[in-house]
Design a protein around this ligand. Structure first.
Ligand SMILES: [Zn+2]
Ligand SMILES: [Zn+2]
Length: 138
């Protein structure tokens, strides 16, 4: 089982299977998922079970394209699905827990990549929290 949950735990999904994960750099996915990109995978709608689905809030980010997120903590849980009914559903990889038997297999809308997330391979990496936060005061 592929398991996912929001930050506060009010909403959970489990999917029967996962194939690949797509990284979307469009500005809508960046804002919707709160990162430098959105990460999504496709599941068969009738193979997904939800807990706390009543806590999901839906937002139509483009005509006919509906995303949903936890109303309590804001975690994005679904991507911009095609119009209903659709036999597939797009779930956020960001919400996944545990071992995930899939990897990112494509990046899309790369022309919209966030410039602030480019070229930072040389930035310091720490196992835990970065000790330099205080140095960031502008
Ligand atoms: Zn939540
Ligand atoms: Zn996108």
């Amino acid at each position: 089982m592929i398991e996912g949950s929001c930050l506060c735990g009010a909403v959970r999904f489990s999917a029967a299977a996962i194939s690949g994960i797509v990284e979307c750099h469009c500005s809508m996915c960046r804002k919707a998922t709160g990162g430098h990109a959105g990460f999504f995978f496709v599941a068969m709608r009738d193979e997904v079970t939800w807990q706390g689905a009543d806590k999901l809030t839906r937002y139509e980010s483009s005509p006919g394209l509906v995303r949903s997120f936890c109303a309590r903590c804001g975690t994005a849980m679904t991507g911009a699905n095609l119009k209903m009914p659709d036999e597939t559903i797009i779930l956020t990889a960001n919400a996944l827990e545990g071992e995930v038997p899939a990897r990112v297999i494509a990046q899309e809308y790369c022309a919209s990549k966030a410039s602030w997330a480019e070229g930072h391979d040389g930035a310091p990496r720490t196992e835990g929290g970065w000790p330099g936060w205080e140095s960031l005061r502008p």
